[in-house]
Design a protein around this ligand. Sequence first.
Ligand code: SF4
Ligand code: SF4
Length: 129
Amino acid sequence: MEEEIFECQQCGYCCQGETTVSLTDDDLQRMVDYIGIPEKEVKEKYLRITGNVIQMKIVDGHCIFFDKGCTVHPGKPWRCSQWPLHPSILQDPNNFEAISTSCPGIKTSMGYEKFCDILSALIRAKEHK
Ligand code: SF4
Ligand code: SF4
């Protein structure tokens, strides 16, 4: 069903910029498990820690884990997994507009209402997994 409204174009736009999403404690643990080295080393090599906020380092204008796609796919933060089918799209067409402008993988041709119908069903299906 997801492919009706989204197909990643591997453009990498969502992994570029001056900051990344922040990691929760669960994200950090998943990433450490996936990378398979001690947490201290993961933090030193890959993460940027500002007070309580943990983000991924930026290298050459993109997330340190980006290399023609995400290189830590199974270990990436949940906010990365959620993108671009964010529930906020359902609340406001402006969010749909903003997210579809940032992400060329979003299929806009069916229009906002139909898109929301499918996205709602997808979110419900994930909640009941
Ligand atoms: S911006 Fe969208 S299409 Fe591009 S890599 Fe990210 S999710 Fe895929
Ligand atoms: S963890 Fe992966 S998906 Fe998330 S910003 Fe970095 S490269 Fe992109």
